[in-house]
Design a protein around this ligand. Sequence first.
Ligand code: NAD
Length: 303
Amino acid sequence: MSARILDGRVIGKAIRNRTRLEVDDLVRITGVVPGLAVILIGDDPASRIYVANKIRACTDVGIRSSMIEYPKDVPADTLIDAIERLNDDPATHGILVQLPLPPHHDVRAVLHAISVEKDVDGFHLYNVGGLVVGDTIFSPCTPFGVMNILDHARIPIEGRNVTIVGASNIVGKPMALMMMRRDATVAVCHAKTRDLAQYTILADILVVAAGVPNLILPQMVRTGAVVIDVGINRLPDGRLVGDVDFEGVSRKASCITPVPGGVGPMTVTMLLVNTMSAARRFVERTRGPILTPVHPQDITQLA
Ligand code: NAD
């Protein structure tokens, strides 16, 4: 068996095309241009690349973006003041603080300073808690991207065994909650899990977000499983790989996401979707409901 590749670039492009139409409609009908502010602290080269990608993606769909940079030793008050100014700025609909923050910063205090209505990364306590009861405003972009890949590929979730490897606040835990909302049976594994393979082998859908190259080998995967590789690891030879032995596991899985080109492009795409949604919510809150055309998406051509 050779797995069907779930191409995040193709799926992401279709969603971005639809987002562009929605942005155009919003601008034409209301005059409001969706705006995203990105805050970058310190000089981590990987963060700089991620931020540049996000800003480019915004431009591509017509979202106005701005980047605010601070040195890594910026005082906490300065950061919180900047976030509060952006919270009050009617032209800014989404605020994103690029993670990870330099070590001495209190990530929770920073993330919780962002207004819930502008929390397009979905990391505010309200949005995290909303995942439990099902009324979150913005879902965190990476697990939201995974759900979109599965839905676009028409992979059923209800009643499936889903194993998630990795239990971080930004990927594994929200992923588990989103899968539970869709009535999957969910197991969450982490670095302290004993005998990882006994959980992964049960999975109809295996989502891996550990940050460990080659963690998932073919003998750990059930024949015909759907494998979603969230991991991004830079090898000493410069190659970018996920957490899954792609070659080996592709021969056993029914569907698999590549790295690069799988979940990564979807994460950025969901940020655009959330920012557009934040702008729309802003207009509806301040001016009342707006009627925009519906742009159905032809998902039959995807994945
Ligand atoms: P993290 O370090 O915060 O969490 C890693 C999780 O994996 C932890 O729960 C840890 O216990 C678990 N883990 C580590 N080693 C393990 C092992 N040997 N067996 C089982 N579990 C193990 O990382 P994160 O921020 O959740 O990111 C995870 C990976 O996903 C990284 O490679 C990161 O670069 C990638 N990532 C990708 C995207 C994307 O858009 N594709 C977005 C976010 C993170």
